[in-house]
Design a protein around this ligand. Structure first.
Ligand SMILES: C[S@@+](CC[C@H](N)C(=O)[O-])C[C@H]1O[C@@H](n2cnc3c(N)ncnc32)[C@H](O)[C@@H]1O
Length: 456
């Protein structure tokens, strides 16, 4: 097993030059590479390498498209595991595991396909312990799913697939940043425990695996993919999209076309030479929520203009009501660049410790999310309009997200008939959100496109 020091050395930002990285990216883009791209790779003043505009790029203009270098299941606990690991179709709830006993969920067609052959042999060699369970119960009981998939062994599949990429594709994975995080090591240890013959003593293999898992956790996206009526989230490595550094209100937006193709467009005008940025968080989250998410998952503190403004461009997405008796003012964080700021009331100027306001924010978050999960659309509208204003300022991001949830539910899932009044509320919520995006300077971001296109 690799020592921690050795592992960390492997994880350290690699020193592939931007030129070599650019060559590997060109090979990866293949026919999707434009003859004279409007972007280039260079060392970034923000962090590591970044993507930069080679000329003025107008808002809305296409910057690049790229296919996934590798995809696999996200294998999130609670998500349907009976999804084919190759074509992502929903499988029956019984007997959906590979007939060749690799214990991966796969449809009959894909089980025999070249796409599955190598990984199937790989998993068989490692001898999944799940086989013991299925062998003990050779006769499945009707109505009772006897097969189960271990999310930990399923999650390692994307990393295994990296071993079967071409040498140039492997070089590209090796050229990507891999953050050093103890949790990634745990991910591998837990996956190893799912197999009888996981090669934990093969040092070269384990070193490579540690780095690949680091690359995936640092760079991979969760990309929605729909097959028929079944929607699933794929874990995809899109190297060029991943090289873009983060900004909380970015100048570019990206979306995934059915899990396999990333499309990146300018959200605002981008001057020649400027770094092209994307966001790793939700754009409507408050400063603190984004800060905690970035620290925990991407291991950095963002220092962008939005993070340094405690009014959040005048959107007050963090705002909570003052805790002082009789005061109806709003309270916002005082300091930026910290995840534990003091909070001050804009009316009475009282200052509150972060712990107190964090408990209050959690209360608002849980109360609103519980409603989202349990209420019909009309009930949710009533809750947002009548009850939320009693405990949550209208600018708070949780309330804004609740409005967004109502918009999605009214436009996406089936089409129950809504009353004129409900439609008016939906349109008002959309206007509220568009006004916030405008204040943030989000330009033609993906969210704006979605909420304006979905409501016609
Ligand atoms: C997907 S990589 C981005 C590409 C990376 N710059 C490179 O050279 O490959 C994500 C990592 O880049 C760094 N990063 C991205 N945006 C950043 C920002 N705004 N501030 C500080 N670090 C950032 C963090 O280390 C983060 O974990």
């Amino acid at each position: 097993m690799a020592s921690t020091a050795n592992m960390l050395a492997h994880m350290a930002p690699n020193n592939t030059t931007p030129e070599e990285l650019a060559r590997l990216i060109d090979v990866h883009l293949g026919d999707l590479r434009e003859p004279s791209p409007n972007w280039t790779l260079a060392v970034s003043p923000v962090s590591g390498r970044g993507v930069f505009a080679t000329r003025h790029i107008a808002a809305g203009e296409l910057i690049f498209r790229e296919r996934a270098l590798v995809v696999g299941p996200t294998a999130r606990k609670g998500s349907p595991m009976n999804t084919c690991v190759c074509c992502h179709r929903l499988l029956p709830v019984q007997q959906f595991l590979c007939p060749h006993r690799c214990t991966l969920p796969v449809c009959p067609g894909c089980a025999e396909s070249p796409a599955h052959r190598d990984e199937c042999a790989h998993f068989q060699r490692w001898q999944p312990k799940d086989l013991d369970v299925t062998e003990e119960q050779p006769q499945p009981q009707p109505q009772q799913p006897t097969e189960s998939v271990n999310p930990l062994s399923l999650r390692i599949l994307t990393a295994v697939r990296v071993f079967y990429l071409s040498p140039e594709q492997r070089a590209l994975v090796d050229a990507m940043q891999a953050n050093a995080e103890r949790g990634y090591r745990q991910e591998i240890i837990k996956a190893a425990q799912c197999f009888r013959k996981f090669p934990t003593t093969d040092r070269a293999f384990m070193d490579q695996l540690f780095r690949i898992v680091g690359v995936l956790n640092t760079n991979a996206f969760e990309a929605p993919c729909r097959v028929g009526e079944h929607e699933t989230l794929l874990r995809g490595l899109f190297p060029l999209t991943a090289i873009m550094n983060h900004e909380c209100t970015p100048n570019a937006s990206h979306y995934f076309d059915n899990g396999r193709l990333a499309v990146v467009r300018a959200a605002r005008d981008i001057p020649e030479g400027a770094e092209i940025t994307t966001t790793y968080t939700k754009i409507l989250w408050s400063n603190l929520t984004r800060g905690i998410f970035l620290k925990m998952t991407k291991h950095f503190m963002c220092d962008c203009a939005r993070c340094n403004d405690n009014t959040e461009n005048g959107t007050y997405l963090s705002a909570l009501f003052c805790r002082e008796q009789g005061c109806k003012g709003i309270v916002i964080p005082v300091q930026t660049k910290t995840l534990q700021p003091d909070w001050r009331c804009l009316s009475c100027e009282n200052v509150f410790p972060h712990a107190k306001m964090a408990r209050y924010q959690d209360f608002a978050l849980n109360t609103i999310n519980n409603r989202i999960n349990s209420s019909s659309v009309p009930d949710m509208i009533h809750f947002i309009n009548e009850l939320c204003p009693r405990f949550c300022p209208p600018s708070n991001y949780v309330l804004i997200e609740a409005k967004l949830n109502v918009i999605w539910r009214m436009t996406r899932f089936g089409a129950p008939e809504y009353t004129e009044e409900e439609l008016v509320h939906r349109d008002r919520y959309r206007e509220d959100i568009l006004a916030i995006l405008h204040k943030l300077g989000a330009g033609e971001c993906t969210l704006k496109k979605l909420i304006t296109e979905e409501i016609q």
